[in-house]
Design a protein around this ligand. Structure first.
Ligand SMILES: [Zn+2]
Length: 67
């Protein structure tokens, strides 16, 4: 059973594979906190669409951390 992660800001549980993947991409392989897409966007002051676009870019590169 994979470990479940929660958003450190809003508590959303469980986070999707994409949300975990993008957190690792932005904060390193073993981030202390995980964030959902909405909280990431707010934290980075970008739109949620920007976060989704970034995830799509990584997926297009064949990154296995995303689904
Ligand atoms: Zn959140």
């Amino acid at each position: 059973m994979p470990q479940q992660h929660s958003c450190s800001f809003c508590g959303k549980t469980p986070l999707s594979k994409n949300e975990i993947g993008i957190t690792k991409k932005l904060y390193g392989a073993k981030p202390r906190n995980f964030f959902c897409i909405e909280c990431l966007a707010r934290h980075l002051e970008i739109s949620t669409q920007d976060v989704l676009d970034t995830i799509e870019d990584y997926k297009a590169e064949g990154c296995k951390m995303f689904e």
